[in-house]
Design a protein around this ligand. Structure first.
Ligand code: 7TS
Length: 414
């Protein structure tokens, strides 16, 4: 859908939904630019959690009493709501609630990877993967004898797609790719990658931790086999993540966490598994968190994901332009008009931690470090970077405050 200027976000109204944005530090207002780490939570979602504990807190699937029925229905329906948010037509059968993106990744690595991978098999990652993917597949490869290969990132911060075509062969069993890089802001051509992978009968795992919160995502249009994201980066609570999987794949997989809730019939000798998605949700699940994640989906859909996306892109482009005014600032990743809602940078030789400390003294919250992409930082020749990451409640004025606070850092350290 084409958006006109009239379709811009009503940022003032949105800010009113987020009580935390009223915080001040000795009279300095909070400028929260660490949204790629975790987003803030609107009143609607906080109320949803509060309502759960105040009025229908109960364990799910178990009790026949009224509260348990209410909680069970809300919890199960939340899976359908999340499925609709990402275009999964199989509904709840294709949506497993986990703890976070990391656990979603580990679920597939253990449940599928340990069973399916062996010597001679290859897992293709990219050099811009988050540790959640990188470390997980690296360790599963060690356990199974499979080999991990990495698609190169070029000097501009894009994937080298010729290299991807070279690396993905009939030996490839899994391609695990980040949709949006949490360090570079690159939006990867995931549909193209699924096409290449499927031509070689490889599965594809898309890490959507930084895409689902910021843009309309349709897992079926991408044709991802597995797709993961975290509730806490999209106005939802901590403690709930999502693993999407094509139904036939999840169906064929064995669970890797065992216990209550995930079983159908249990005997002393053997057991059988509950239907999808419950066979992957062992023990008491993330009840209030899952229900609140569905509320976060409603909240974002009410705003409109196209608008969310455009707002983030515009702020990132503006921040890129402002930061580019300074010769001593090195920005990591693609040009300002071709990136998602974040900008990682270095200020001369000043350590990113010192930069973030000065920013913090000005009320500006950014992340400093390697953002769980250590090998990528090594490749770029830096040990760390500072990262400003934006969301629906951020403004251009806040970007200006970031830039002003950087002046102070320059004066102190340069
Ligand atoms: N994948 C990507 C692309 C991420 O950005 C993150 C979190 C994860 C996976 C893991 O998500 P989790 O919810 O399981 O922790 N990224 C960041 C970040 O950039 N700063 O803090 C967390």
């Amino acid at each position: 859908m084409g958006l006109s200027e009239a379709d811009a976000l009503d940022v003032d109204r949105i800010r009113g939904d987020f009580p935390i944005l009223e915080r001040e530090f000795d009279g300095t207002p909070l400028v929260y630019l660490d949204n790629a780490a975790t987003s803030q939570t609107p009143e609607q979602v906080i109320d949803c959690i509060s309502d759960y504990y105040r009025t229908y807190n109960a364990n799910v699937h178990r009790g026949l009493h009224q509260l348990s029925q209410e909680a069970s229905i809300a919890y199960e329906d939340a899976h359908d709501r999340v499925a609709a948010f990402i275009g999964a037509s199989g509904g709840r059968k294709e949506v497993v609630f986990t703890k976070n993106t990391t656990e979603s990744m580990n679920t597939v690595a253990y449940a599928w990877g340990l069973a399916e991978l062996g010597p001679g098999d290859e897992v293709v990652l990219t050099e811009m993967e988050h540790h959640a993917a990188l470390v997980t597949w690296q360790q599963i490869a060690k356990k199974t004898g499979a080999e991990v290969k990495f698609v190169r990132v070029d000097d501009e911060g894009y994937l080298d797609m010729d290299h991807a075509r070279e690396l993905i062969t009939d030996d490839t069993e899994m391609v695990s790719v980040v949709h949006v890089s949490n360090t570079l802001g690159t939006v990867n051509p995931v549909s193209e990658l699924t096409d290449i992978a499927h031509d070689h009968d490889s599965l594809v795992f898309v890490d959507g931790a930084q895409s689902v919160p910021h843009m309309p995502v349709d897992v079926e249009a991408i044709d991802a086999d597995f797709f993961a994201f975290s509730g806490h980066k999209m106005c939802g609570p901590t403690g709930v993540g999502v693993l999407y999987g094509k139904e036939r794949l999840l169906d064929a997989m064995q669970p890797y966490l065992y216990g209550g809730m995930m079983i159908e019939k249990v005997g002393f000798e053997d057991s059988t598994w509950h239907e999808l998605p419950w066979k992957f949700e062992a023990g008491t699940p993330v009840i209030s968190e899952g229900i609140a994640l569905a509320e976060a989906c409603d909240y974002l859909d009410d705003i409109g994901m196209e608008r969310v996306e455009r707002h983030g892109e515009q702020l990132a482009a503006y921040a890129y332009d402002r930061l580019s005014e300074f010769e001593d600032i090195r920005i990591l990743g693609p040009p300002g008009d071709d990136r998602a809602a974040l900008v990682s940078f270095n200020l001369g030789t000043v350590h990113a931690h010192d930069v973030s400390e000065i920013l913090n003294a000005n009320g500006v919250a950014v992340r400093a470090g390697d953002h769980c992409t250590q090998p990528l930082h090594d490749k770029l020749g830096v040990t760390a970077s500072a990262r400003a990451s934006f969301y629906i409640y951020n403004t251009r004025e806040e970007v200006d405050e970031l830039v002003e606070a950087l002046d102070q850092a320059r004066e102190l350290f340069a």
